[in-house]
Write a protein of this length. Sequence first.
Lengths: 370, 136
Amino acid sequence: MAAVAVHQFAECITCHAWSPDQSMVAFCPNNSEVHIYKLFGEKWEKMHVLSKHDQIVCGIDWSLKSNKLVTVSHDRNSYVWSQEGTEWVPTLVILRLNRAALCVQWSPKENKFAVGSGAKSICICYYEQENNWWVSKLIRKKHESSVTNVAWHPDNILLATTSTDGKCRVFSTYIKGVDSKESESSSSDLKFGEQIAQLDLSVTWAFGVRWSPSGSILAYAGHNSMIHFIDDVKSNPSAQSIPLRDLPLRDLLFLSDRVVVGVGFDCNPMIFTADDTGLWSFTKFLDQRKAAPSSSRGSQLSEAFGKLYGTSKQVPSNDTVEPSKPRGGAHENCITCIVPLWKRGNTTLCRFSTSGLDGKVVIWELDIPK
Amino acid sequence: MAAEEEYLEAEENLEAIITRIEHKSRKIETLLKQSKPVDALKTALEGSALKTRDERCKSANWIVVHRAVMAIKDVDGMISSLDPEYYDILMKYLYRGLATGDRPTCDQCLRIHEKLTEKAGLGCILRSLSDTVNTV
């Protein structure tokens, strides 16, 4: 019910992704490269270093069926990497951005990928067979600020985005020739770039948008330590906003339609569950901290606020409060990325991995009831 | 045109808000005379018009809340009997108090801040700092 494995790969990890068989992990160690490590028994070995980007690689996604890596970077470029033999061969995708790309995700059918950028736009890229290259179509309207996260709906057409303007939007990314017309519920909304919904629940930056596995619930986190759940976005949206006790979340993951894991500045994954009526609430922190004996959160806080409160209890007069004290958990710094690890044959997700600014990749396993 | 309309509508509402605050103020004085500082604070926090941009309303409400805050002697008891929905609003007012620089106010606000943070967590502080729409 906790961390299964902890791997220290670098000083700081920006983002990571797993190979389809979960034997290899690709991550960016806070520079312009992508490192791919493979697990041999107990040891990790660096297999490849992909270094085509000029600036930080801020988004990596590994497609599970077609085994392709897509990377996006602050240098406004994106590469699709395919493995040929022992080498990874890059294909440049011209995104036509004039600001950094911030996030990327393959669509469920893996025939498209979406890139969120600081240019207040999203790029939807698809493969054009005739010319053998990836074409990018931009959605320039609506966003008033950088797009921090993108999430594909299971139907491969709807895309949800969160932005630093505090809003979460849902767009249609229907592309003629790429998306077939079979699974449409309301054909009038299918135009490319059409905004289906705009949610204005957060007054602060929004991060970590995700759809539930069935596609009926949308969740995203606000930087004011709140998490929002929206049911039935398309026709009759009803929202629940839960204020968090502690620091904000940066990324989310749906383990099922009723369980969500949130990760962020608390360095500890948080579980949220919905009861039978659909009411969401915070359940618990995943990590069992080897906490200091008698002290609870109270002493931790009063230590941090010791100087402020003046009459502090045990803070010696000559020290300064250490900001990065190891708190005994798996992660020691902000967790920025959470990736699902599907077990073959399972329909419910119970394994996932997180990576953070402390350079660790931690694998978690959970027992989900029912 | 729309902005002007909004302004006029707000003007009428402002009078209503000020009246409500005066009403609250009298109620609070009564509660304080009856030695019920916790109820006084609850009354002060209730119905605070956070969305208005008018400085007079905000100042008027702040004076009322300040009066109630300064009368609190048992901080622990007050925090444990306060509804969680008021944590965020109280935190915002505490920061306004700390910003005044006035020694007795700051002392009291700091005392309450410590206990409130223990009870409500850092998320409460974050919400009070990052909320630019509902301000005190």
